[in-house]
Design a protein around this ligand. Structure first.
Ligand code: ATP
Length: 155
């Protein structure tokens, strides 16, 4: 089913903004584009990155969502100014049950998780030809970049 991406982004953003009382969640650009997929699954994909942003960013931090359309792709960026991810962990975080050194995770004052979120995100992305890359610096923050294939707009 063709889905309009900016509507999904807006939905997830609005819900998260209500629950994330200790962080600023900002929606910068939210460009329109049609994608192929299941609404619930695509929203789940976006939600995983946003919730991680909140989880691994100390109180008072900011999580931003930004998107820009390119030929055939929407580039969706979810960034935080939280604890960051060390270079040696960047491949491993997508594995099932992998979590970065608990001491660092605790430093953000956050409860634990199962280490499944990103492996689910990766699975969803692989099934939709969505590319995931990340840019991160320890102590500064993390940006996940999703390259989402666009389909021809419905006429
Ligand atoms: P859950 O499955 O409950 O979400 P989780 O957050 O531990 O638990 P993943 O979402 O798979 O699991 O993330 C794996 C690990 O990657 C996390 O434990 C954390 O160490 C690291 N991580 C993920 N997102 C971020 C982020 N935005 N900033 C810093 N570290 C992150």
């Amino acid at each position: 089913v063709p889905l309009e991406l900016s509507e999904l982004v807006e939905d997830v953003y609005k819900k998260l903004k209500l629950t994330a009382t200790k962080h600023t969640v900002e929606l910068l650009r939210n460009e329109e584009g049609y994608i192929m997929g299941d609404k619930v699954i695509m929203k789940e994909l976006i939600r995983i990155f946003l919730e991680n942003g909140i989880k691994y960013t100390p109180e008072g931090g900011t999580i931003t969502i930004d998107s820009h359309g390119m030929p055939h792709y929407m580039c969706l960026e979810i960034a935080d100014n939280g604890i960051g991810i060390a270079p040696e962990d960047r491949e491993k975080i997508f594995q099932r049950f992998y979590r970065v050194d608990s001491s660092r995770t605790k430093a953000a004052g956050q409860p634990g998780g199962t280490g499944l979120g990103l492996s689910i995100a990766k699975w969803i992305a692989d099934n939709h030809d969505i590319g995931i890359s990340l840019d991160s610096e320890l102590g500064k923050g993390t940006k996940f970049i999703l390259m989402i294939p666009l389909i021809e707009e419905e006429k």
